[in-house]
Design a protein around this ligand. Structure first.
Ligand code: F6P
Length: 580
């Protein structure tokens, strides 16, 4: 049995919030070790057995595969009769971004085949949340329900797929509650990665309805995240694998009359496992990119992902979560996509007027970033053989005039391009060669595999770089932004974990750091969590400050001066403990 599956292992935490034993010492690891740890963590997504623990099902458990079959058949029905029908994919943060990516990609595919576009996506916080973290709407169940209600106007058949990796987002819970009140029109599906009894009561109600095929819950355990609670990583990848398996099976059944079978679904999941193996067979090259990115961050430089088509969007998604996860600055890691918002094809259109966080086009990169680019910055191109390689070369040439620190992650799909020509443009190219046996020249499958592979590479680069610059403590995101109730609970848990202090003591320290005062007024302590998180949104480093205060029994000012003196948070804590 895996260590984390033992009933005695952090029993008070759901799987998605537990700390993964594999990465316990990730903050002391070198780049290659970091990548190897991530490889093992991601391999848990495809774990075949729950080692006899009845509490957990895995992605390949027969009950999970069977549910995937059932949901795929629902997709088939909708695709065959698209009039007045809709498939809605919805979630918060990375879960909403994955929903967006799939819905827009599949709509584009449908349009190119002259079929009705039946997908829609919802992300808590609206399209702004595609590029920046907007955590507070996640706490609002009414907003979730209202947004879904609007999306369903005039529809007679709706398949709603709500994603919440932790099965904990009130926004999604509100939507599911709305679905359960409208079961004649809507079939709800919940995707997440905790057992239902560790989740909200709504998941239990849906589980009951599954017996009557009125609702479905897909909740395999895929193991704790490499950085505790960071569901952008395994959660996001597993969501992508499950949804793509469902949707592709539905499409092939509707368009090519290919029957949806248990074995067919298993076969598709196995292919994604192969994508994992192929991607991580490049450990050394990936570790070199992690190192380069870390050096840039250490020198106060930047990491820029410049991607084509959906690979650019994967870059933007990866960059967007670094700010709330690691307390990173928005300039630290940024993503750009060729053709910007026309490539995004998001509902609210071009958002670039909202400010610098929403500048995402390669052209913007050329105008605003390129003139000041230096060797301190790491630039990583993301492209596949199917992109316009002349355009890739031209941009590479411009970048090379400012920095030699230019790299690429390139996907070779058919072997028809001239890899040597491209290789000479970069300091190094991580070339991932896809055997044709895996995608059988199916363009949708090729794209899905390249995207997931790129996601794994970029998650490793951004996580590894922040780990190497001291932004995590063991495998905890110590400098997280405390901007909703889940993150508030996580912050208190982290403080308890490292100080051994009581819940009340840790919460008081956190609130002192949030409000920036030594003595809390009665009003402050009794205010609700939402109010605290709104104030925390405006402050940086509240958890590290609270941690150092608790360890040193010092003031806020003293805690800040320790943190200023040490860039590695673990070192700041050790230093203040030495003085006690
Ligand atoms: O609250 C922020 C966040 O943790 C994001 O990092 C994550 O992508 C999002 O919430 C969604 O979480 P979940 O899928 O568990 O609802």
């Amino acid at each position: 049995m895996q260590h984390w599956q033992q009933p005695s292992y952090e029993p008070y935490l759901p799987v998605t919030e537990k700390s993964n034993p594999i990465t316990r010492d990730i903050d002391r690891a070198n780049p290659e070790e970091i990548v190897q740890m991530l490889q093992k963590c991601d391999a848990e997504i495809f774990e075949r057995t729950s080692h006899g623990n009845p509490m957990y099902q895995t992605l390949c458990s027969s009950s999970v595969v069977q549910t995937i079959v059932e949901v795929s058949k629902r997709v088939e029905v909708i695709l065959k009769d698209p009039e007045d029908s809709l498939i809605v994919l919805s979630g918060c943060g990375t879960s909403g971004r994955i929903a967006f990516l799939l819905a827009t990609s599949l709509n584009r595919w449908l349009a190119s085949h002259h079929q009705k576009q039946i997908y829609s996506y919802i992300i808590a916080g609206g399209d702004k949340a595609l590029l920046t973290s907007q955590e507070s709407p996640e706490d609002d169940p009414f907003l979730g329900a209202l947004t879904l209600d609007k999306a369903c106007v005039g529809k007679k058949h709706v398949l709603f797929i709500g994603i919440s990796c932790g099965l904990s987002a009130p926004f999604v819970a509100g939507q599911l509650d709305f679905c359960l009140r409208n079961l004649k029109i809507i079939t709800p599906v919940l995707i997440g990665f905790n057992p239902v009894d560790m989740a909200r009561e709504i998941a239990e109600r849906m589980n009951e309805l599954q017996k009557q095929k009125k609702a479905y819950v897909l909740n395999p355990a895929v193991g704790p995240e490499a950085i505790s609670g960071s569901s952008r990583m395994k959660g996001g990848s597993a969501t992508k694998v499950i949804l793509e398996t469902i949707l592709l099976a539905g499409h092939e059944a509707a368009c090519n009359n290919k029957a949806i079978t248990f074995n067919g679904i298993l076969h598709s999941l196995n292919k994604f496992e192969k994508v994992h193996q192929i991607t991580y067979s490049h450990t050394k090259e990936l570790a070199a990119l992690v190192e380069k990115a870390a050096v840039s961050l250490r020198r106060k430089g930047h990491v820029y992902y410049l991607g084509w088509q959906t690979l650019g969007i994967i870059g933007i998604i990866d960059a967007s979560e670094c700010i709330p996860t690691f307390g990173a600055g928005f300039e630290d890691i940024r993503g750009f996509v060729s053709n910007g918002f026309s490539e995004m094809n998001n509902k609210e259109g071009d958002l670039s007027s909202l400010g610098p966080h929403f500048i995402i086009d390669h052209k913007d990169f050329v105008h605003t970033i390129l003139p000041n680019l230096s060797d301190n910055d790491t630039v990583i191109f993301l492209y596949s053989e199917n992109d316009d390689l002349n355009e890739v070369s031209a941009l590479a040439k411009s970048v090379r005039q400012h920095t030699s620190n230019l790299h690429a992650i390139a996907h070779e799909l058919t072997g028809l391009s001239d890899p040597d020509r491209m290789r000479s443009q970069f300091m190094a190219v991580l070339t991932i060669k896809w055997p044709s046996s895996l995608h059988k020249y199916n363009p949708v499958l090729m794209k899905q595999h390249c995207e997931l592979s790129t996601k794994w590479c970029l998650n490793a680069i951004s996580t590894g770089a922040h780990v190497l610059t001291g932004k995590v403590y063991m495998n905890y995101m110590i400098d997280l932004r405390v901007t909703n109730s889940k993150l508030y609970r996580r912050a208190i848990h982290i403080l308890k974990r490292f100080t051994g202090s009581t819940q009340a003591y840790c919460e008081t320290a956190l609130l002192r750091a949030i409000y920036g005062i030594e003595e809390l007024s009665d009003g402050m302590s009794s205010t609700n969590v939402t109010q605290h998180t709104l104030v925390a949104n405006e402050r940086g480093s509240v958890v590290p400050i609270a941690l150092v205060m608790l360890q040193s029994r010092g003031t806020i000012a003293e805690a800040k001066s320790y943190l200023d003196a040490y860039s590695v948070i673990r070192d700041a804590v050790a230093a203040c403990q030495r003085l006690l």
